[in-house]
Design a protein around this ligand. Structure first.
Ligand code: DAH
Length: 358
């Protein structure tokens, strides 16, 4: 009869020495499989005398338990080793720079949007959005441009076909409707900017049917025009990355603000270059004003209690100014050579700390 303690030692050794999962499985089959050594010994029990069978069966069962447990332990150890080896083999250095051959570029419009969001986020503004397809009420009426108001003609609006109920939607002609939607959605105060696409039926070297604006809105108690000037001056200096920008507020008219102003920045035309912040020339960059009480009333705010200011900037225009891009239409030509020249590297995310445009 086989010495069971030798058998046990051999089986346990074959388990412990299994170098990988395949070897471990082979060891398991050799011990516990259909023709395994333990299995065969257990089959032999039937031929034994009752007394002898009892002690031997108990012993075989104990060995079976020990071998099974050893297999489980070995399997866990092998899994751990395999994971550690894989982690080691797949190790990557996340501090390495991106592959130099990355050729994708961020479009200057996207870059300038990111820059503006970064500047205003730093001033405590949040970012608001609204739909490109807008209803007449939000695009016009709520902004104090009732039907038949001459300002409607100024907008060269794209109209969608009339709905069965007689209403018609428009492609928003400006980002100002986002003011209304934001004020309808939550109680004051508001301090937000709304960058986005806008549409007008117009096309030449300085106009495209689709263009971009950034709306700004501040509504709170005791707000005055001095704060508007301060915010816009901070913005212009940060955006054009100069110490000081000369600014000129010219009286103007917008239905949604009273008083209204158009803002010029000081510059110098130097051959075909424009230098921002220096020189004796002026360039218009945005419209602004104190929010008209009628706009506040349209969103059920009491103008005696709440007031504020708003502005709208043509984003494409200031992108051209900042980056010396001569033709607006090229923005939307999808010309990869143009994008390679004027675009930005995806990993150069604009930050105030690291520099807006590096
Ligand atoms: N919505 C105007 C436009 O598209 C721009 C504008 C002017 C927006 C004055 C304003 C503002 O919020 O106060 O021409």
């Amino acid at each position: 009869m086989q010495d069971l303690s030798t058998l046990e030692a051999e089986l346990l050794a074959s388990v412990d020495n299994a170098a990988d999962l395949t070897a471990l499985e082979a060891a398991r089959v050799a011990a516990l499989g259909k023709k395994g050594r333990l299995t065969q010994l257990m089959r032999g029990l039937g031929a034994m005398a009752a007394e002898e069978r009892k002690t031997r069966a108990a012993e075989l069962n104990r060995i079976k338990g020990a071998v099974t447990k050893a297999i489980e332990d070995r399997r866990a150890t092998l899994a751990e080793e395999a994971l550690a080896a894989r982690l080691e083999a797949e190790r990557i250095d996340v501090t390495l720079p991106p592959r130099p051959e990355s050729t994708g570029r961020i479009h200057p419009i996207g870059q300038v949007m990111d820059e503006i969001c970064e500047i205003f986020a730093d001033l405590g503004f949040s970012i608001a959005e609204g739909p490109d397809i807008e209803d007449d009420y939000h695009n016009f009426t709520a902004l104090n441009i009732p039907p038949e108001h001459p300002a409607r003609q100024m907008h060269d609006t794209f109209y969608l076909p009339d709905a069965p109920d007689g209403t018609r939607m428009v492609l928003r002609t400006h980002t100002s409707p986002v003011q209304i939607r934001s004020m309808e959605a939550a109680p004051p105060p508001y301090r937000l900017i709304a960058p986005g696409r806008t549409f007008r039926c117009d096309s030449d070297q300085t106009h495209t049917p689709m263009f971009h604006q950034v709306e700004g809105l501040v509504i709170d108690r005791n707000i005055h025009m001095g704060q508007l000037k301060g915010v816009l001056e901070d913005f212009a200096a940060a955006f054009f990355e100069v110490e000081n920008v000369r600014m000129r507020f010219r009286p103007s008219y917008f239905p949604f603000t009273e008083p209204s102003a158009e803002v010029d920045i000081g510059c110098r035309f130097d051959g075909d270059q424009i230098r921002i912040g220096e020189g004796e020339d002026w360039l218009e960059i945005l419209g602004c004003g104190m929010v008209n009480p009628r706009v506040l009333q349209a969103v059920d705010l009491d103008p005696e209690e709440w007031q504020g200011f708003a502005w709208g900037i043509g984003l494409d225009r200031i992108a051209m100014l900042k980056y010396g891009i001569p033709d607006l239409r090229a923005f939307f030509d999808s010309d990869l050579r143009w994008l390679k020249h004027y675009g930005f590297l995806p990993f150069d995310v604009p930050t105030l700390g690291g520099g807006l445009s590096r």
